[in-house]
Design a protein around this ligand. Sequence first.
Ligand SMILES: Cc1cc2nc3c(=O)[nH]c(=O)nc-3n(C[C@H](O)[C@H](O)[C@H](O)COP(=O)(O)OP(=O)(O)OC[C@H]3O[C@@H](n4cnc5c(N)ncnc54)[C@H](O)[C@@H]3O)c2cc1C
Length: 394
Amino acid sequence: MLHAIVAGGGIGGLATALALANNGHRVTVLERQDVFTEVGAGIQIAPNGFHALNLLGVGAAVRERAVLVDELRLLDALTGERLVVMPVGERYRARFGEPYAVVHRRDLHGPLLRACQNIADVDLVKGAAVREFTQDADRVTVTTTDGRTFTGDLLVGADGIRSTVRAQLLDDGPLRPCGHTIYRTLVPMERVPQRLRRNAVTLWAGPGWHIVHYPVAGGEQLNLAAVLDDGATEAVAGRPTAHETVLSRFPDLDPTPGELLRLGEDWREWVLCDRDPVDVWTRDRVTLMGDAAHPMLQYAAQGACQALEDAVVLGDVLANAPAGDVTDRLAKYEESRRERAGRVQLLAREMGTELYHPAGEQARARDAMLRPLTEDDLHDKVSWLHATPVGAGA
Ligand SMILES: Cc1cc2nc3c(=O)[nH]c(=O)nc-3n(C[C@H](O)[C@H](O)[C@H](O)COP(=O)(O)OP(=O)(O)OC[C@H]3O[C@@H](n4cnc5c(N)ncnc54)[C@H](O)[C@@H]3O)c2cc1C
């Protein structure tokens, strides 16, 4: 049995703890916050994410509060024209083996947390902010900002987009702000007029901006996000924003997204960042996963799904590993995840600029490319991403 230390108790860190514990290892999760929780609103989970959740043993629990949507819709935000609709109902589910669903973040984090709490070999330590690590041929020692030390056979940095473990491991400089501000809120569904409710992820694409909405929390709330390419350079995470500010930044909307935007209250604002893919994110007994390893923009709706895939692969490669094999096994994990995760990082960027935000001639070229696509064409396009690449049955 190995003793793994996991820095960060978000979706990725808890999934890693579960994957390692399910394979017979002892895990200590160090979370800097005083509570294990998820802030933020909705999250989309594609079949590859559900496949990983099933392998971790929490797929059914996540499905309980998930909304299985019927369509992913892209519309013109100025004219209301429908540009492309990808059905994700029966045929899609039959092809990919799992649904496309939307959940509140706590309905993904919660089942992972409860599963970890039920395993004696998972120690969840709150208020433990990792400051640095040292490693030698046999062990890794992690020191927290309050001076505590934790020693194990390996360290997984699951400490998110501003990872302390990554900073020490790779020292690869600041994040790349993409210049987009995102405003997010949740609207109680009873405030949404019936005619505006759809069992779908709907994205309204405008020139340099877009609005996206979908039901979450078992359909009790509408997740609403409005994104603007405003050249923002200062990283912002969850800053409260006035309703009037949000409305003033999206003035030319088609009546439907305009009406939805006016329903918003308690807006919060983020400025999004990512990094280029890297060739190496492991050194000996220390590796990275999730946003710490491959931080990506949210436009492909895959950051959490990729983190779940990482966790499953980590569990698989470390199954039955003697302590002397950790270095080789972690290298194998990185090798099997690097190309796919890097591809998704680049796809997410491309979707923002080429699919959601083009203007004028570029928008017309996009529309002409999208209009003839059939349901099968669309499913073929996402197949490399939504199909199940990891674990048993892959
Ligand atoms: C607006 C938006 C929408 C998104 N939509 C989707 C979507 O639809 N589908 C999808 O799959 N993904 C989506 N994502 C991406 C997804 O949220 C992330 O990829 C995912 O949360 C990454 O999980 P993580 O555990 O790697 O990092 P995090 O969720 O950031 O968790 C990191 C954890 O580490 C802790 N931590 C940080 N530093 C330390 C430290 N030094 N010591 C100890 N603990 C530390 C943090 O407190 C936190 O709990 C979206 C992201 C954004 C911003």
